[in-house]
Design a protein around this ligand. Structure first.
Ligand SMILES: Nc1ncnc2c1ncn2[C@@H]1O[C@H](COP(=O)(O)OP(=O)(O)OP(=O)(O)O)[C@@H](O)[C@H]1O
Ligand SMILES: [Mg+2]
Length: 492
């Protein structure tokens, strides 16, 4: 699926919820926001493939946002949702760079047609860039660092890549597991074939089996046509099962079968299909503990763990911090069109004394923010890092994307006493002028309070809230806290 991550920018709550559930049902990783500012923050924080934007928003126009995005070297496709049913408006919109224009009200089928076109288009772009530049040479996928830990990691990757065996990559959140997976793939004999990634945590529980194996038309409500699963798409290539620990016990049994027999059935089909796929899986959980808690099958673990790769946390390879910081400075200066001379010594000292609970992802975000905050032709200084406010916020400091967290969420102390302030929302930017917090805000604060209470342990927070870990993850994703609480192994 060339399109994975979508931002929905829509201030009408009903329309936003409808779009969100439809897109989630179609297995997209969705972040929904209600203002231009929130959309810009979200787009700055992560890479998205598609932006579905309303035109009239409380703080500006979706079309102006789209124009701003066009000037960036990498930006998502934009689909504008407009209420103006005129050919001129649609033509204007496309001229300004929209991939498509959807006139409201539109049906699910209309949206799906556009999504299909966007998928085909993105696939074409990806194939083109693969043949022209070679995706592997993309510097975003380069593993940076020369610490002893990284040298050992590279050696393991070299050995493992050739072996064609199943690989399980373990490590804290943000350490670079996905990069390691891509490195294994690109150095393997299968490098010329497909590389298909499934984010197991992002696919709704009831659809994961069809996601992996495909389905036959009519297999379940909503299965309007036959669909190929990711294993079939990855035939002769490599499949990356990202965050495999999020897959349910039942589906784990089916995965075990593909791994052992290299065969499976599509949902609702009796025919057995054969595949030849190399499996790479990642997890940031402590798998032994998951097995003990009977959340993960021991047989699947042993089958996956034929060749284990452990990616060490950044605090155990601090020698990599300067070189990573420098590489990120260059990358983001280029990306944001800013001249930044370098990282000053005092800034480097601060970077070297931080513990990096969010690992490389946190460092990357800190440097990006610093580049944005830095004056033209100046050095990155400690004041650009925005560390002051965060260090006294224990939970927020475990959030690997901490740099973009609004202060209001970093502010409450770690104790449960802050729980009581949740409903008051004294100075939240989300609180309406009448002082009444919105339901959405209360839900968000309640979830964050639960996480505070469990010191970032997501599994326990989900238990307290009586929701599934998957729902919790989806919510955190929505808020932009993609990897909250995963900093400590076994803390999930
Ligand atoms: N050694 C590295 N060199 C350059 N960039 C890195 C390195 N390690 C991680 N990154 C960058 O940090 C970010 C996080 O990496 P990645 O997504 O691979 O982490 P992860 O371990 O899969 O995290 P999670 O468990 O949250 O999914 C990515 O943007 C990646 O490009
Ligand atoms: Mg990952």
């Amino acid at each position: 699926m060339p399109i994975e991550k979508i931002v929905v920018l829509e201030d009408d709550a009903l329309q936003r919820k409808n779009l969100e559930s439809l897109l989630r049902y179609r297995r997209y990783d969705v972040a929904a926001v209600t203002s231009i500012a929130a959309a810009e923050e979200m787009l700055g924080r992560d890479q998205f493939d598609l932006l579905l934007a309303d035109v009239n928003l409380p703080d500006g126009s979706g079309i102006d946002l789209m124009k701003r995005l066009q000037s960036k070297p990498e930006h998502p496709l934009v689909v504008i949702m407009t209420a103006f049913n005129s050919i001129e408006a649609a033509v204007d919109c496309m001229r300004d760079g929209a991939f498509h224009c959807l006139v409201k009200p539109f049906s699910a089928a209309q949206l799906e047609t556009i999504l299909k076109k966007a998928e085909d288009y993105t696939q074409l772009l990806k194939v083109n860039s693969y043949f022209s530049a070679g995706e592997q040479n993309d510097d975003r996928y380069m593993l940076i660092g020369d610490s002893p830990g990284m040298v050992r990691l590279r050696q393991t990757i070299d050995q493992v890549a050739k072996a064609d065996a199943t690989v399980l990559i373990q490590g804290e959140s943000g350490t670079g597991k996905e990069l390691v997976a891509r490195a294994v793939y690109s150095q393997s004999p299968r490098a010329g074939a497909a590389f298909i990634r499934v984010n197991c945590a992002a696919v709704p529980e009831n659809l994961i089996e069809s996601e992996f194996f495909g389905h036959k038309r009519g297999a379940f409500t909503g299965a309007f046509q036959d669909r190929e699963g990711r294993f079939a798409l990855a035939n002769h290539g490599t499949i990356l099962l990202d965050e495999i620990s999020e897959v349910s016990f039942q589906v784990q049994a089916k995965l075990l079968r593909v791994l052992q027999e290299q065969e499976f059935e599509r949902v609702g089909d009796t025919r057995t299909l054969k595949v030849d796929v190399r499996v790479i899986a990642t997890t940031n959980r402590n798998m032994e503990e998951s097995i003990e808690r009977r959340e993960f099958r021991a047989d699947l673990y042993y089958r996956l763990n034929v060749v284990p790769i452990y990616v060490p946390p950044l605090r155990e390879r601090m020698e990599d911090v300067p070189v990573l910081a420098e590489a990120f400075r260059k990358r983001f200066a280029r990306q944001h069109g800013k001249e930044v001379v370098g990282v000053s010594d005092s800034c480097l000292n601060v970077l070297m004394s931080h513990r990096w609970p969010g690992n490389v992802r946190e460092l990357q975000n800190v440097i990006e923010r610093a580049v944005i905050m830095c004056d033209k032709s100046a050095w990155l200084e400690p004041s650009h890092l925005g560390f002051g406010r965060r260090t006294d916020a224990p939970v927020a400091s475990q959030i690997s994307q901490a740099t973009s967290i609004p202060t209001v969420y970093a502010a409450p102390a770690a104790s449960i006493s802050s729980y009581n302030t949740v409903f008051k929302a004294p100075d939240s930017p989300l609180t309406a002028a009448n002082g009444i917090a919105t339901l959405e805000e209360i839900e968000k604060r309640h979830i964050l309070a639960a996480l505070e209470h469990t010191k970032g342990n997501r599994t326990r927070a989900a238990e307290l809230l009586q929701i599934s870990i998957r729902t919790l993850r989806n919510k955190l994703n929505e808020y932009g806290y993609k990897t909250l609480g995963a900093a400590q192994p076994g803390q999930e």
